[in-house]
Design a protein around this ligand. Structure first.
Ligand SMILES: [Zn+2]
Length: 294
C-alpha cells in the first residue's frame, strides 16, 4: 500500500499537471470508486471544476478546486494516476476513471484491487472529515518528540499497532513503521505507552528519517505503485528490515526476524531491537544480562 512517501511523491508529480487546469470531461467507470454515490452524477459534478491546489494529509490526496470544493483521493492498495498527452491513453482493463483536462491531456486512475476511493466534498466539509480520520503529520514542524509522547501515553497495545493507526500519526504504514522502529532500535511489540523519554526521542528521529529517506527516493516500488509519468521510486533497494527476513542486519549482522503484529507481516532485528528495553547504562546489553531482565 502506498504510504506517506509514495503519496507525497505522487502529489509532487501531479500538482503541476493539475493546478490551474479545468476538469473538462470526467468519466468514472467503476461504481466502487465513488459509492454510495452514482458515478455519472459525481462525474457531472466534477466537470467544469478548476484546480486551485493539490495537497496531502496522511495517505489522502486533496484536490482543492477554486469553488472551494475538494476531491479526496485515497489510493489504498493499488491505486495510481497516469498523466498522458491528448488522445494517447493506452488500453487498460484496470482503468477506473479518466479526467480530461482543458489542455486536452488525460489523467487516468488505475486500480487493480479496487479499494481506492474518490470522495467529492462541499466547501467546509474536508477539514472535519479528515480530522476524524488522520492524526499528526509526522513531517510537519509541529510534530515534536513531546507530541509523539502524548500520542503514545497510556497505550497498552503493541507499539507497531499504535503507529499503524492513522489517528496516531498520519501516513505511516507497514513498511515505514518497520524501518522507523529499526532506526530507533525499539522492538515493535513493546507496549506503546512503555517508552522512556530517550526512546521516544529515538523513535521520533527514526520516523522522520525513514520517511525522508523514502521521499528522497520518490517512494518504494511495491505492487502497483507508479508515479504519474509511469516511473517508480527506488527506496525498496535500501530497506533495512522490511521484507528482509533471514538476511543479516545492517547494524549487527544478526538475521532479521519476521513475525505477525496486528495482522501484518513485520520484520525487526532481534539483537538491535530487543523485546525488553535496554537499560540506560548499556544500550547493547549482553545476551545474559538481557535474559536476566526478562
Ligand atoms: Zn541488528
Amino acid at each position: 500500500m502506498p504510504e506517506l512517501p509514495e503519496v507525497e511523491s505522487v502529489r509532487r508529480a501531479i500538482a503541476p499537471v493539475l493546478v490551474g487546469r479545468r476538469f473538462d470531461r470526467v468519466r468514472i467507470y467503476d461504481a466502487r470508486l465513488v459509492r454510495p454515490f452514482e458515478p455519472s452524477e459525481v462525474a457531472a459534478e466534477l466537470q467544469g471544476e478548476r484546480v486551485a491546489a493539490v495537497e496531502r494529509r496522511g495517505k489522502y490526496l486533496i484536490v482543492r478546486f477554486e469553488s472551494s470544493r475538494v476531491l479526496l483521493i485515497h489510493l489504498r492498495m493499488t491505486g495510481n494516476l497516469l498523466h498522458t498527452p491528448p488522445d494517447s491513453l493506452p488500453d487498460d482493463v484496470h482503468r477506473r476513471a479518466v479526467v480530461t483536462l482543458d489542455n486536452g491531456s488525460d489523467v487516468a486512475y488505475r486500480d487493480v484491487r479496487r479499494f481506492g476511493t474518490w470522495l467529492l466534498l462541499e466547501p467546509g466539509e474536508s477539514e472535519p472529515y479528515l480530522a476524524t480520520k488522520v492524526g499528526e503529520e509526522p513531517l510537519s514542524e509541529r510534530f515534536t518528540a513531546a507530541r509523539l509522547a502524548e500520542r503514545l501515553r497510556g497505550r497498552r497495545g503493541a507499539l507497531k499497532a499504535a503507529l499503524l493507526d492513522q489517528r496516531t500519526l498520519a501516513g505511516l504504514g507497514n513498511i515505514y513503521v518497520d524501518e522507523a522502529l529499526w532506526r530507533a532500535r525499539i522492538n515493535p511489540l513493546r507496549p506503546a505507552g512503555s517508552l522512556d523519554p530517550g526512546e521516544v526521542r529515538r523513535l521520533h528521529r527514526g520516523i522522520r528519517a525513514a520517511l525522508e529517506h523514502g521521499l528522497a527516493r520518490q517512494g518504494s516500488t511495491l505492487r502497483d505503485y507508479r508515479l504519474p509519468d509511469g516511473s517508480s521510486g527506488s527506496a525498496q533497494d535500501e530497506f533495512h528490515v522490511y521484507g528482509r527476513g533471514g538476511e543479516p542486519c545492517d547494524g549487527c549482522g544478526t538475521p532479521i526476524a519476521k513475525t505477525t503484529i496486528a495482522g501484518r507481516s513485520s520484520w525487526f532485528c532481534p539483537d538491535c531491537q530487543p523485546a525488553q528495553a535496554a537499560s540506560r547504562s548499556s544500550r547493547r546489553p549482553s545476551r545474559s544480562r538481557r535474559q536476566s531482565s526478562v
